[in-house]
Design a protein around this ligand. Sequence first.
Ligand code: ADP
Ligand code: MG
Length: 270
Amino acid sequence: MHTLAVINQKGGVGKTTTAVNLAAALARSGARVGVIDLDPQAHATLHLGAEPKRPSATTYDLLAGDATLEQVWVTTDEGVRVAPAHIDLAAAELELAGTVGREVIMRDRLRAVTDLDYVLIDCPPSLGVLTINALTAVEDVFLPLQPHFLALHGLSKLMKTVDLVAQRLNPRLKMAGVVMCLYESGTRLASEVTTDVEFYFEQLRERGGPWRHIRLFETRIRRNIRLAEAPSHGASIFGYDAASRGAEDYRDLGGEVLAYYAGREMLAAA
Ligand code: ADP
Ligand code: MG
């Protein structure tokens, strides 16, 4: 099972859109996929149409209670399993403050999962205990960036957090890839920022540790209104408009991600 967290402490950069639509793309290729919503805003839950019908266990109960993932999964029409979030999750941060081992709860919950190929965790726009739980639980981090001249601004805090988690809690943590989201193709800003990002990550690879394999995925997720409309229909871009450019881009990203893992498995087997 491959586990990946979609993180960036900035909001509005495309985390949820990427977690949801990448999960749907992987599911459409035949993989068994789960999405864990660790954002109290529950955007991934809504986007996937996975709000529990009756009051039932959510990711809050995974972290602050005794619930297992088996008990919280909701399966969507598109065949993606979702651990839904509820606004309660906002309180988890405070409630967990005095709990020993609060950073490793999600890791332990995930260890019990044996019947999925990919689990994606959608993170909140902060670097608090929820994001730390995601970083401690997964193998790979995906970082969505918006091609904005401040795209790299504030990444040093994220870098420190990733380094500390890798040193203290999760030695297998890897920064896997950067995904350019909300891309305005053909603009000078987009290509300039992309060049800056490539240069910046070149240096980061030299930093080693979790950064040694970081790369920019080739697929650019272009700005596409259909991607912004899909969440209110409770469906991924494939369920909402499979012929849109947004669907095309996430299908391409899904292909790249599958190739990335296939390549890694080949290396591991060699
Ligand atoms: P985050 O999870 O990082 O806060 P979201 O994925 O929720 O970011 O994206 C922020 C907003 O931008 C949402 O309204 C989303 O629908 C919209 N959005 C994301 N990616 C695209 C895109 N490629 N084209 C158009 N709108 C997008
Ligand atoms: Mg989000």
